[in-house]
Design a protein around this ligand. Sequence first.
Ligand code: DGL
Length: 295
Amino acid sequence: MSASVLTSVRNPVSPDTARAQHHARLRPIGVFDSGIGGLTVVSALHRLLPSENIFYLGDTARVPYGGKSAATIERYSLEISGLLLAEGAKAIVVACNTASALALGRLQETLRVPVVGVIAPGARAAIEATRNGRVGVIGTKATIASGAYERALRQLAPDLQITAQACPLLVPLIEEGLLEDALTEQHVARYLEPMLGAGIDTLILGCTHYPLLKTALARRAGPAVHLVDSAHNCALAVQRLLAESALAAPDENSGLLRVALTDASDSFLRVAERALGLDVGDVELRSVQGVHSAV
Ligand code: DGL
C-alpha cells in the first residue's frame, strides 16, 4: 500500500472537510480585462476546462488601458480583483496583456488567491515554437513600453532576437467589428513590416483582442510565421495551477459563465460572441470604482 493511501486510511477526511473542499472547487475562476478582448481567454478556458465556473468582468467603462499609466492600471486591477474576490473567485486570471505587464506583480503580492497573467505563458509558447530564434511581439503601447515580454522571453532564452511593435490602432478597429476590412489590412501590413523584415518565424499576439484578427494577421505574416495566441496558453497555465492546488472543479460539473461589464454592453460584445462561438447570455452591469481589494 502506498504512503498516501496509508495516510488517508489513518486520517480519513471528515464529511465537513470534504464538503468544504467540494465547495472550494466549485468557486468560479475570476477573469478580467479592460473590456471585451479577454473573452478570447474565456473562450479558451471554457474549451479546455468545461467544468469550471467562470465570472468575467470587462471594465468597459474605462477601456482602453493601453495608453494609461502604470499607477492607474494597477489601481484599476486592484479594484476589479476586489470585486472578483467578493464573488468568491478561487483564482484570478488577468486576461489583459496591459494589466499583466503592469500590475501582475502587485496582484500576486497582495491577493490571497493565485493570480495568472497572459505574458509568461505566451513567452513560454513562443520559445517552444521558434526555430530560428527570431520572435516578434505586438501589443498595446503600454505593454510594449513596459518591456514585459522581452524580460519574460530573455529569462528563458537570453540570445533570442526580439522585435516588438506597439499597434495602438488595432484595438479600436477590432472593437468596431472591422475584422475583415481593407483599413484593418493596411494597418496590419504597416505594423508587421518591421518584424517580417527582421525575419521572425514566431509572432506573439500580445493583446487579448488580437486573436479576433488572427485570420488577417496570418494572411499578412504568411505560412512560415507561427502565431502564438496568449489566450490558449494562458488557459493551459490555469489548468496546471488548478491541478497543482487541488482546486479543479469536479468533472461532472457543467461550467457556468457569468459576464459583467462596468458600462452598458455595446455592439462589440455581440461581435466577439459571434467570432468566438461563446454564449454570453444576460450581461450584468457592475461598478468597481472605489472597490477595495479584499486583501
Ligand atoms: N485587451 C487589452 C490587452 O490585452 C488591450 C485593450 C486595451 O487597450 O485596453 O492588452
